[in-house]
Design a protein. Structure first.
Length: 35
């Protein structure tokens, strides 16, 4: 799965925002669904 597919997948699932916490990063990665 590539990054470009994630927003469309989130919209299909009805999720507005996905926050990913990575072990090496202090800031979480926030992926928003396409509007």
């Amino acid at each position: 799965m590539c990054r470009g597919e994630l927003p469309a997948l989130l919209k299909a699932l009805g999720v507005e925002e996905l926050t990913i916490y990575s072990g090496g990063l202090s800031e979480p990665i926030i992926i928003k669904s396409i509007q």
